[in-house]
Design a protein around this ligand. Structure first.
Ligand code: ATP
Length: 263
């Protein structure tokens, strides 16, 4: 594998064209989890601080699951926000992060990824990126919000359990890929959208990337899984589904696509 055209992550290059509030950008070689680092230091860090690592030894998904973060082949990025809007908008911010990641991938590969609500980005049915948003919300106190994302950029040897379900940008596109430009693009888009968060038409913005209306899904509710049909994502970032002919909105839970019934 020729790795000579894989530029190293470079904080100065990323910062060069990053707008406010993303002016404090740190790149490290390795850490446990970039989300955990920002969470631990949230009180002393500025709104808009960004931490990117070349690898993570304890990369996280939801519910304590692991996000494999191998060295030199991906982007493991966390962004600390200390937003002025109230926490009811946190779901919007989380879904907006997924939409932005899809827009960035499209810009730099020409491919249209799929956003699998709430936090997976897929290329040709395989996961290319995961998003983990975390907040240390406490009533009546400013609530730091962390957007964490991991993106598989370059071809890599995945552990056996991921070989059939994970993919990379490089595996799907022959366009030259530079992790610095991908991070920069994400931050430029986030800076542009953030001031308008409360009015963003997330339903329309996500429609290019969301799973198709009518997709049969299974919702993994802790009280028991049930089958439903997907309608789309609304402007609040909720998933709209039809269950027993009734329209229902979801704010969390996992969904899986019912392969047997999809085309
Ligand atoms: P799932 O991806 O199983 O639908 P999820 O969306 O909740 O669940 P997370 O918990 O956010 O996913 O991410 C962890 C899961 O992502 C792991 O259980 C594994 O299946 C998958 N995974 C871990 N590392 C990678 C990676 N580098 N690329 C793609 N998928 C990964």
């Amino acid at each position: 594998m020729d790795t000579t055209d894989r530029p190293a992550l470079d904080a100065a290059l990323i910062s060069a064209h990053c707008p406010s509030p993303f002016t404090t950008i740190n790149v490290v070689e390795s850490t446990g989890s970039t989300n955990d680092d920002l969470k631990k230091n949230a009180a002393k860090l500025k709104h808009g601080s960004v931490l990117i690592s070349n690898t993570q030894t304890a990369g996280k998904g939801r519910n304590g699951r692991k996000f494999v973060s191998q060295p030199g082949v991906g982007i493991y990025c966390s962004i600390l926000l200390k937003p002025k809007f109230d926490p009811t908008h946190f779901l919007r911010l989380s879904i907006l992060s997924g939409i932005i990641l899809c827009e960035t991938i499209r810009e730099y590969t020409g491919l249209i990824p799929t956003l699998k609500w709430p936090n997976d980005v897929l290329l040709k049915g395989k996961k290319v990126a995961g998003i983990l948003c975390e907040s240390t919300y406490q009533a009546n106190q400013p609530s730091p919000f962390i957007i964490g994302w991991g993106l598989n950029v370059y071809t890599q040897e995945f552990p056996e359990e991921l070989q059939d379900i994970a993919t990379t940008l490089e595996d799907n596109s022959s366009w030259p890929l530079d992790r610095n430009l991908l991070v920069q693009d994400f931050l430029v888009r986030l800076a542009a959208y953030l001031p308008r968060l409360e009015d963003l038409p997330l339903g329309k913005m996500s429609s290019t990337y969301a799973l198709k209306r009518g997709t049969p899904i299974t919702v993994h509710d802790p009280k028991g899984a049930f089958n439903a049909t997907l309608e789309g994502i609304n402007d609040l970032g909720q998933l709209v589904i039809t269950k027993d002919d009734q329209e229902v909105t979801l704010v969390s839970y996992e969904i899986s696509i019912r392969e047997d019934e999809s085309e």
